[in-house]
Design a protein around this ligand. Sequence first.
Ligand SMILES: Cc1ncc(COP(=O)(O)O)c(C=O)c1O
Length: 388
Amino acid sequence: MYKLNEKVDRINTSSLKWDGMKLAFGKNELLPMWVADMDFSPPTSVIEKLKERMDHGVFGYTIANENTAQAIVDWTNNRHGWEIRPEWILYSPGVVPSIGMAIQAFTEVGDKVLLQSPVYTPFFNMIENNMREVVNSPLQLVNGRYEIDFADFEEKLKSGVKLFLLCSPHNPGGRVWKKEELVKIAELCKKYDVLIAADEIHADIIFEPHHHFPLASLDPAYQDFVVTFMAPSKTFNLAGLQASFIVAPNEEMRKKLTIIQQTLNLTSLNTFGMIAMEAAYRDGEEWLNECIAYIEGNINMIDEEISRSLPELDVMRPEGSYLVWIDCRKTGLNDQQLRESLLEKAKLAVNFGASYGKGGEGFIRLNPACHRSIVEEGLERLKIAFGS
Ligand SMILES: Cc1ncc(COP(=O)(O)O)c(C=O)c1O
């Protein structure tokens, strides 16, 4: 048993979630249930490997060796049934940097890049910062869950889009796309010659009975136009160590990505990130399964308490990822009023839906990957924000 239920004080550790609230919200005196990181320590084996390396005491340039690649190959195979080859792997400090690299490698300034809002805010930022045009095919809310409007998706692909940024599983809605949905996406992109960058950073945290399928694994033909981004950062709470990887089976696409990495000299991993990634993928599964069960308990508590005490809120239970997307539109509060209620009245830091693009207005995103007492406190604060 891991000590997931042990409270770790993160204040004054340069934690974005705990120490960065002043910058994000104007004050630190809030309960932090925002940004997607967990308050849990990673598996002990990861910490032990890091300590061992720390004790060695020399921290020169690092080169990822075949053991790192093999740990990734084994993980993707065992966890997702996807057989990848070591030579398809490129390393990257993060998935957001990888999105930027894909945009630069596969499109030109002014080109159209497709996304599906509401979606993780940096999708918009990376397209716009790279001076490409955002094309949006908003997700549809059907019976409280997000679905893809395939007629609109096809129209947008036809309009000259070069690259589609897929979020799978979906942040913020927690959808784990079904095999049929993914096949439809890939077939349409193939038809219109649109490349796909699949952000699958949340792939490892899936709740029963859902199942994550890496898009590129569904048909060998997809490997020619799909690159996939994965990482141990969400899975094992290692975001500060900045280690992730890209799976690019197609040689031409891989070469283009490599050229972008070389122009930035971003080809190697941080020593500790590499060690943590390998150790987590080698020995972290038991910890992960316990962690998922603990988070699911927190989500159950949120779901039940909100249904009981806050009937104006609708919880979209995540099928995957550890984020809870809550529809607050029945409260009638606009985004500014939501911010006031939560930040000023209740002193609860959440992510506000408007920043996820069209369809996100009136929603909030709550992060339950924390000690249960914080979830309890967060629920009390939600009642202060929205209770009569
Ligand atoms: C969909 C998605 N992609 C990427 C990231 C961040 O990736 P990284 O920290 O590796 O840049 C997040 C973090 O919340 C995310 O939800």
